[in-house]
Design a protein around this ligand. Structure first.
Ligand SMILES: [Zn+2]
Length: 122
């Protein structure tokens, strides 16, 4: 069971990671540009130098996707802290070792279940 003190520490760590990630995403998107603007650009320029634009955009979207997934993990971990289910594997309900949470506070699975998932994807 995670102590109330640890919950605070994990929350701070997760929030710090989340704000760093949000800053990084904002910078990559050129600050004030919204996702809609980027999409509009994509369609407006789709006709000229199509191949080049596509690969650039693909790269951008691939990066965004990775970061969006990471952001979702952080958000989920914060929700789980609030719900009191943080630090418990979502698959087998075993407690996630503290060392793992310290290294990856957004971890939702124990090592064994995480490995299973990764092998399934590969
Ligand atoms: Zn597990």
């Amino acid at each position: 069971m995670i102590s109330q003190q640890d919950v605070q520490a994990y929350r701070q760590q997760l929030q710090a990671l989340r704000s760093a990630l949000l800053t990084q995403i904002a910078e990559q998107r050129g600050g004030s540009r919204s996702r809609a603007d980027v999409a509009a650009d994509h369609f407006m320029h789709a006709e000229d130098s199509h191949a080049q634009v596509t690969s650039q955009r693909d790269l951008e979207f691939a990066i965004n996707e990775h970061e969006t997934a990471e952001l979702a993990d952080l958000e989920l971990a914060l929700l789980r802290l609030d719900a009191g289910t943080y630090g418990v594997c979502i698959d087998c309900a075993a407690p996630i070792p503290e060392a793992r949470l310290k290294a990856r506070p957004e971890a939702q699975r124990c090592m064994a279940c995480q490995e299973k998932i990764e092998h399934t994807h590969l």
